[in-house]
Design a protein around this ligand. Structure first.
Ligand code: PLP
Length: 383
């Protein structure tokens, strides 16, 4: 038995994922991107130890934190990060929003590839910038960038910033070196800033490798804001902590100055302690988790093969992007909630063109994945 087979009780009123839905007693929540697994023991112990001290004053990350962080990046992706270039923030979306405000002006154009995790587009529009969308295109069972469309839109809209996601939520791509290089070349050619959301970087499956965008070349490093966090990897999203890496001094100072004006910057004490423990002791746990998740994802793919649900290949993340359009139901999200009592993420959260898609979060014990698949396969509409 794997440690990830354990059913952890999340049945508390504070738990968003497990929030009750009236009339449904047997809900399977497979939506919001956190996991149903217990965090590594070392993370739990570090938090308990901190709590037992009983003092929760203002914290500041010291050398032990820097060492944990840079050690993780080096071991996991061969990436050298200078700790002086790291801004600590209470979240990745906040880091992205601060980068938007500090590094572009009102009405500037910012491009994203859709479908994409919804709050990113919202941060662009909410901050009074012009959102430009280039749609990812499906080739077989994976999504790719339409480079002509991307470059045309950059040129036509005088785009100043690209907000990129790697690995990509929701389409599960781990972008290759060739793809990243091509994206980077276009950004260099048009003097754009790249904000790269790498929150899913630690979930990468066989045959794929996460390449931090900023590690591609010295030139790319100078225009890149890397948004990283241990929260997805170690199931600690509720402690809200992110590390935003900006090698260029001018850009980093600008983002730092902006963050100070908002009052939302730095790490909270629990975020600091948990991140440090995770990045110090988490390698083995993370390796085992990836093997387990890869098994879950393979199960989804194989059990849904031959049905009307078209399952995208998940190369990274623990999210499975599923095209339900062949079923011919008006609202697949609602259909599975009503008929199978499974709550997926609604495709519309990621693109207004993705109403026929659902996103399944496969980061739960295998027995739950099987239960969800059993329920789905009983529905005549997917045959
Ligand atoms: C791609 C992506 N970025 C950011 C976030 C949220 O990060 P944070 O809670 O640190 O703002 C998520 C959460 O699902 C995500 O999938």
């Amino acid at each position: 038995m794997s440690r990830f087979d354990e059913i952890v009780n999340r049945n508390t009123p504070e738990d968003i994922k497990y929030k009750k839905i009236e009339g449904i007693d047997d809900l399977l929540p497979m939506w919001v991107a956190d996991m149903d697994f217990r965090s590594p023991d070392e993370v739990i112990e570090a938090l308990v130890e901190q709590a037992k001290r009983g003092v929760f004053g203002y914290p500041e990350a010291d050398e032990s934190y820097d060492k944990a962080l840079t050690g993780w990046f080096k071991r996991r992706y061969g990436w050298d990060v200078d700790p002086k270039t790291v801004l600590k923030m209470p979240g990745v979306v906040l880091g992205i929003s601060d980068a938007i405000c500090a590094l572009t002006k009102e009405n500037d154009s910012i491009l994203i590839f859709e479908p994409l995790y919804g709050p990113i587009g919202r941060a662009v529009k909410g901050n009074g910038r012009n959102l430009v969308v280039s749609d990812l295109v499906r080739k077989g069972s994976r999504f790719e960038i339409d480079f002509d469309d991307f470059e045309n839109k950059v040129r036509e809209n005088n785009v100043k910033m690209l907000i990129f996601c790697n690995p990509h939520n929701p389409v599960g791509r781990v972008w290759t070196k060739e793809e990243l290089t091509k994206v980077g070349e276009i950004c260099l050619k048009y003097h754009m800033v790249i904000v790269c959301d790498e929150i899913h970087a630690d979930f990468v499956y066989s045959g794929h490798k996460h390449i931090p965008f900023a590690s591609l070349s010295e030139e790319i490093k100078k225009i890149t804001v890397s948004c990283t966090s241990a929260t997805k990897s170690f199931n600690i999203a509720g402690i809200q902590a992110a590390n935003i890496i900006i090698a260029d001094d001018t850009m980093r100072r600008a983002v730092d100055r902006y963050a100070l004006t908002t009052g939302a910057y730095g790490l909270n004490i629990m975020g600091l302690v948990a991140t440090r423990a995770a990045y110090t002791y988490g390698d083995k746990w993370m390796d085992e988790l990836n093997v387990y998740l890869e098994g879950n994802i393979a199960l989804v793919k194989s059990r849904l093969a031959g049905t009307k649900l078209k399952v995208t290949d998940t190369e990274g993340t623990y999210l499975v992007w599923i095209d339900a359009s062949e079923m011919g139901v008006e609202d697949p999200y609602k259909f599975f909630l009503d008929r199978a009592h499974i709550k997926f993420s609604d495709g519309l959260f990621f693109s207004k063109k993705a109403g026929q898609f659902i996103r399944m979060n496969a980061a739960c014990p295998r027995s739950i994945v099987n239960e969800a698949l059993d329920r789905m396969l009983k529905l005549p509409e997917i045959r």
